[in-house]
Design a protein around this ligand. Sequence first.
Ligand code: 4SX
Ligand code: FE2
Length: 350
Amino acid sequence: MTATPPDIVRCAYLELVVSDLAASREFYVDVLGLVVTEENGHEIHLRALEEFIHHNLVLRKGPEPAIAAFGFRVRNPCELDAAEAYYRALGCEIRREPAGFRTGIGEVVRVLDPLGFPYEFFYDVAHVPRLTWQYELYGAGAIVRLDHFNQVYPDVVAGATYLEDLGFKRTEDIRDDDGVTYAAWFARKDTVHDTALTGGAGPRMHHVAFATHEKHNILYICDKLGALRRSDAIERGPGRHGVSNAFYLYLRDPDGHRIEIYTQDYYTGDPDNPVVTWDVHDNQRRDWWGHAVVPSWYTDASTVLDLDGEPVPLREREQPREMDVTIGADGFSYTRKDDTAEGFKVGNQL
Ligand code: 4SX
Ligand code: FE2
């Protein structure tokens, strides 16, 4: 790759296609407390409390639930030219759209990337009040930032090469001794990730994650869902991740789109930030307390749309699937590695 990639600042917004706008509004606004920047009968633009750009999430009414765009902010307007040239060199379909094509957003370069995801890049954006000091607006489950996307793709190694060429730095991954990579995490901002790849039939969207300040905010969201008799929206967690060390909760929205509530990962901003590699057979990699991952978390994900709004066809994963090698009596997963080898030795783990 000779073209210079665009200088990406961070993941910025996701556009969700939803089947029932009122039901989605109730979930994201009334239950989770995201802030409405702007809305009409077709689209709702939402943001987290600390955000100053127009939106982090668009809910758009459509025939089938899907993901229409993964939005990334670039460092300055010239980076749009860089994005266009970069994806042109890769032979991708590109549409450069004028300001206002996306409500609240300036000029945007839309691409269907080499993996088949609808990525888009923008710099100019309407600024809106950052509600950081408006504590009277914070509930006990206050969502303060967009944190990351997570994408399902069959070939994590090839996907990682694309993202690393695009300027993302790998922070963590899950592998096995046979050289299979099951998942990997990639950052532009100084946290564990802006996006991640989960191995599986794809391209699909696995989840979009929003951050709270504190762990207790996540526990409150669980209690609130229980009180509302909506505990069936909880898919996985609450818990603490091994990868990222963050505290987490996964929810499913009224269309089944997966949302993660996430807090307290670690700083990754130094250029020589060490990559953390986890063994796929380590029972603590995805849940530090050793809880099993529910099968739906591995199998279910959202359709992604191409630039014309048509579903992108799926390709199956050819390498071993994480759920097949870790769920059930595979005999290889461990809590203490040496329990499966030459015997457990106290204190030899970290
Ligand atoms: O399940 S994992 O602990 O691997 C994990 C999943 C870590 C961080 C995430 O954001 C995530 O979605
Ligand atoms: Fe996540």
